[in-house]
Design a protein around this ligand. Structure first.
Ligand code: GLA
Length: 633
């Protein structure tokens, strides 16, 4: 295994960035005293609303959009939080030349026609705002959009005109377009897709035919090492900066749509308010499992202001239609637990009263919108049954028991799963049925059913919280992953638009080796010095985590190098900082060494940083354990 002295390794890493000066290479493990996950924009809880894509594809128009907007209000769903009405692909006509101003297709959006022969979506956003709603628009980070790149020749509403006029994406027009959409047209949200930097390399047949200019590809979806991750990040960062300048009050949402490519898992949380973790969902159970899996193990990568996005709801279609209400309920329950943005994707004119009631399921919405922002964590995992646990701001627990299979089964829920003890009161959040158990309880599960329970009991940790109970306040600012690799644990559902052509989907979403709750970074049980632990944070050596402290007095953990280590990192020193000052530090620890207690007084400290500093940098750093890491009163 390659081993480099730490200083030169960090210098090499830093010099992969543009403008590198070897002598001044910054130390990524140095404390900053700052929470670095995104807090710009306006998403303290996951955005909720409606988006045109799953309902209408690119065949979106003003009548369809306003009908669903009206129904959001009239059905009471808007009052329950579904406020964003988002136009997806298909709204544009062309980019006017030579001034580059974007024009709207007025045959589909008649209210956009202006007296001077131009177009403006301001009348539309004014109407939405007057209804108490918010308005979202859609663009691409490249020169061209997804329908142009991946749509068939018969795709509706493709941009028209010359090659330059058909360049509707943000590339080269960031300032101009963001000013138009957010200052002039007054939108509140933008979804920025990535097709234009993914699919239009010089070999693309449409490029060869002269339809579009070549660009990149900057993203190679199937090959992480061939993706220019820093460039993708730079392009999206420029959009985030333009938004912050255009809307200094911060009243906007930036939605990143990179489908888990370009290792967006590790940096999307620093730039956007929500970030897609996978390819598009489609209305099949297999794709739901696929999208779910891309988000399920990333609880530490989502926080108030920056949410994981497993894609929009498909309730109302296919295997989530009116004949599949069990699956539809699972969809909403799981998305709520994962703090996914809740974006309805159906034509609300077709919605049955039962579907409206499901979308308006107040208890599920309350979990999703809980202000602590803790994404549910996987407490039990298998291909058949999963148990997710979410700690709410008031200390109560929500549990989802999911039957992924098509056969009836059951789940045995234990007090340990929820980190509770004693007698535990339960409420079924769908039926309202109450009960209680001590130790464990068995819950029957119909095929594809998710049972959502609220649990009230004594916390196993009486005088504080384990960090694994508060992932929304823990940010792996540097997670130690040196070479991003696809996560192999994602269910590889059949992709309906490919059917079984080719060999099927290979693991493609970076994330393997990322920081994990109650497990090692590669899914193994936490274990150091031959001692197994059932709680703690597993992360790689060469990492720095930021922890928000809202009034706790003491940090404690038992730390060590995980027994799964190969010894590549040499010894690892564990350091605890408070608002940038060193508070505690372990001796250098090697694999096999017993866990070592580490504690620090954090009274008055706002930001704690947990650093695992290796003596030897490696392309394959060792897993380390912040065992039983907790904040105590
Ligand atoms: C991509 C996105 C979808 C949708 C379409 C529009 O595939 O992932 O959510 O926006 O583009 O063409």
């Amino acid at each position: 295994m390659t081993k480099l002295p730490l200083a030169s390794f960090l210098a090499v890493l830093a010099c992969l960035m543009p403008g590198c000066h070897a002598a001044a290479a910054p130390d990524p493990l140095a404390p900053t005293g700052r929470w670095s996950a995104n807090t710009r924009g306006q998403a303290p809880t996951p955005p909720m609303g409606w988006n045109s894509w799953n309902a209408f594809g690119a065949a979106v128009d003003e009548t369809k959009l306003m009908a669903s907007a009206r129904l959001l209000v009239d059905s009471g769903l808007a009052a329950k939080g579904y406020r964003y009405v988002d136009i997806d692909d298909g709204w544009w006509l062309k980019r006017r030349m030579p001034d580059g101003r974007m024009l709207v297709r007025t045959t589909n959006f008649p209210s956009a026609a202006t007296a001077d022969g131009g177009t403006s979506l301001r009348p539309l956003t004014d109407r939405l705002h007057a209804m108490g709603l918010k308005a979202g628009i859609y663009s691409d980070i490249g020169r061209n959009n997804c329908s142009q790149v991946f749509g068939g020749a018969d795709a509706p509403n493709l941009p028209e005109g010359t090659q330059a006029e058909r360049e509707t994406g943000l590339y080269g027009h960031v300032e101009q377009d963001i000013a138009l959409y957010f200052r002039e047209w007054n939108f509140d949200l933008i979804k920025v897709d990535g097709c234009g930097i993914r699919g239009l390399g010089p070999d693309n047949p449409r490029v060869k035919a002269g339809l579009y200019r070549p660009l990149g590809p900057v993203i190679d979806f199937d090959d992480l090492p061939r993706t220019d991750i820093a460039e993708v990040r730079r392009l999206y960062g420029a959009v985030a900066d333009a938004l912050a300048r255009t809307r200094p009050a911060g009243d906007y949402v930036l939605s990143l749509c990179l489908w888990g490519s370009a290792d967006v898992r590790s940096w999307g949380k620093d730039i956007g308010n929500m970030s897609r973790t996978s390819e598009d969902i489609s209305p099949t159970w297999a794709r739901l499992l696929h999208n779910l899996d891309t988000t399920a193990r990333r609880a530490l990568y989502a926080h108030p202001g920056s949410w994981n996005d497993p894609d929009m709801l498909f309730i109302g279609k296919g295997e989530f239609d009116a004949a599949h209400m069990v699956e539809a309920r699972s969809h909403l329950a799981l998305w709520a637990m994962l703090n996914a943005p809740l974006l309805i994707g159906m034509d609300l004119r077709q919605a049955t009263p039962d579907q409206i009631a499901l979308l308006g399921w107040s208890q599920a919405i309350a979990l999703n919108q809980d202000r602590a922002g803790n994404q549910a964590v996987l407490a039990y995992d298998s291909a058949e049954v999963q148990i997710y646990v979410k700690t709410l701001a008031d200390g109560t627990k929500a549990v989802a028991l999911l039957n992924r299979s098509a056969a009836p089964t059951h789940a045995t829920l234990t007090a340990e799963h929820a980190k509770l003890t004693g007698t535990i009161a339960t409420t079924d959040l769908w039926t309202g049925k109450t009960g209680s158990f001590t130790g464990e309880t068995t819950v029957p599960l119909a095929p594809h059913e998710t049972v959502l329970l609220k649990l009230l009991g004594r916390h196993r940790l009486a005088n504080g919280l384990y960090l694994s109970e508060m992932p929304g306040s823990v940010n792996p600012a540097v997670d130690g992953v040196v070479q991003p690799q696809p996560d192999p644990l994602v269910h590889r559902g059949l992709l309906p638009w490919n059917d079984t052509r080719g060999a099927g989907e290979h693991p493609r979403y970076g994330g393997w080796g990322g920081a994990a709750v109650d497990s090692g970074p590669y899914g193994q049980q936490l274990q150091a010095g031959h001692e197994k632990l059932d709680t703690g944070i597993g992360i790689l050596a060469g990492s720095r985590m930021e922890v928000r402290n809202a009034g706790h007095a003491r940090f404690t953990a038992r730390v060590g190098v995980d027994d799964a280590a190969w010894g590549n990192s040499g010894a690892v020193t564990f350091l605890v900082y408070g608002d940038g000052r060193l508070l505690a530090q372990s001796a250098p620890l090697r694999a096999g060494h017993a866990l070592v207690p580490l504690a620090a007084d954090v009274r008055g400290v706002h930001l704690i940083e947990l650093v695992a500093r290796p003596t030897t940098a490696s392309v394959a750093p060792d897993p380390v354990v912040w065992g039983e890491a907790a904040l105590l009163n």
